[in-house]
Write a protein that binds this ligand. Sequence first.
Ligand SMILES: Cc1cc2nc3c(=O)[nH]c(=O)nc-3n(C[C@H](O)[C@H](O)[C@H](O)COP(=O)(O)O)c2cc1C
Length: 164
Amino acid sequence: MAGDFDRFVGPLDPAALIVTAAVEGERSGCLVGFQAQCSIDPPLLAVWVSHANHTHGVAARATHLGVHVLSDDERELAELFGGTTGDEVDKFERCRWTPGAFDVPLLDDCPRRGVFEVAARHDVGGDHDLFVLAPVDITTGSTGDTALRIGAMDIEPGHPVPPE
Ligand SMILES: Cc1cc2nc3c(=O)[nH]c(=O)nc-3n(C[C@H](O)[C@H](O)[C@H](O)COP(=O)(O)O)c2cc1C
């Protein structure tokens, strides 16, 4: 069934995001492929974060999250945030970032980014929690409209989801 499901969803190939969070001086962030716009008015974005990730422990306590839409030339950030875990390394020592509104860490090298308020968080019964996010302060910079696709990457997750 798992192989069938992987083949079923394979063509969906979502764009790659990096979700960041900071609470009481602790920072975290990870690569996210489970994401979708989920409302037009009001505008809302849904992202799903694995219970296993370091990011989950920080994001679950945060009122606001940073969201970054990666473009094709931002693969290094994808490797840092998707291929390493905050349980072992400080990713923010390895990239350029600036605190945004509500102290949310924003990655300087990803111009299409924003601060979002956590409007809701739900345990959906799987191994990832749903965060529903409302934009507070977003910028698109001068990047083009092409996003880095999850299917175009070959990154071993820094924090694999353990078997249930
Ligand atoms: C291609 C790819 C897509 C990923 N998609 C998600 C995702 O949608 N949600 C999530 O929580 N983790 C996702 N991950 C896993 C995390 O980004 C990865 O395990 C990361 O190292 C976790 O870092 P952390 O422990 O510091 O939070 C993905 C990883 C890769 C390589």
